[in-house]
Design a binder for this molecule. Sequence first.
Ligand SMILES: C[S@@+](CC[C@H](N)C(=O)[O-])C[C@H]1O[C@@H](n2cnc3c(N)ncnc32)[C@H](O)[C@@H]1O
Length: 263
Amino acid sequence: MRQALPAPDSPAAIRAALDRIGLTRADVYDAFLGRLDEVGAVVDFLARVAPDARDVLDVGCGTGRLLPRLAERFPGRVEGLEPDADYADAARARGGVVRGVGLEALDDADRWDLLVLANGPLVYLTDADARARALRRAWAALRPGGALVVDAPNFLRFLRFYQAPAPQTATVRGVTCQRAPGHAWDFHDALWVHQDHLTLTAPDGTTARYRERFTFAMLPAPGLRAEVRAAGFADLQTFTGWHAVAPGRHEGVRLLLVARRPR
Ligand SMILES: C[S@@+](CC[C@H](N)C(=O)[O-])C[C@H]1O[C@@H](n2cnc3c(N)ncnc32)[C@H](O)[C@@H]1O
């Protein structure tokens, strides 16, 4: 690692800290990363690139921000897939039908017209073989002609223009949540380590602290495209972001691509 980070807390310790304050991990995720302002642009993009899609699977749906709008926009079945139990529960509370597994456990066949991996689910799979298997499952779950949409961070660009993240504060049901993020890197395995140090203060002064860590594969743009092609997808198009109305090169902060399972 280029930079040492203090050890993260165990899942049990994180849960105990949150229970003391009366919040969930999903509350904290939504407070800092919920991005409801982006939902309209994401769903409009999906409708542009897959106008005939009926059945849509939101892979790595998180706390379910996209699910209600997807259900409004697409006429068939809309479901989510989410391996994080706390986030899956929050997505269900938003009315979503959510299976509590990751893409690597998807065993549907010829079932969906559109699979969406918005905001990075693929890079949580840090092992290249595991990603290859997961992408093949995505291929098999789509109907012939169906579309895969993958959205991931452009970590190469983040490294080139790196700025240490600033602390943030949000309020959830009267609880003040302070988030101090930190990063470390493993260049041998091309991993980006993101760690949040949360300090939560309830109105009565009760305080809880915990550290949570997420590790991501730093996929370069051509590597992502090669992995998607190797899984059998064709007709790849790259886009600069959700607002894009035409394909564009992967020069910016996001790697957004659309690919099809051949008919
Ligand atoms: C940054 S969140 C984005 C959530 C949602 N797609 C959105 O745009 O709001 C990434 C999500 O991917 C999920 N994830 C992690 N590993 C995954 C896997 N193997 N398969 C599918 N999703 C995964 C995480 O639990 C997390 O909820």
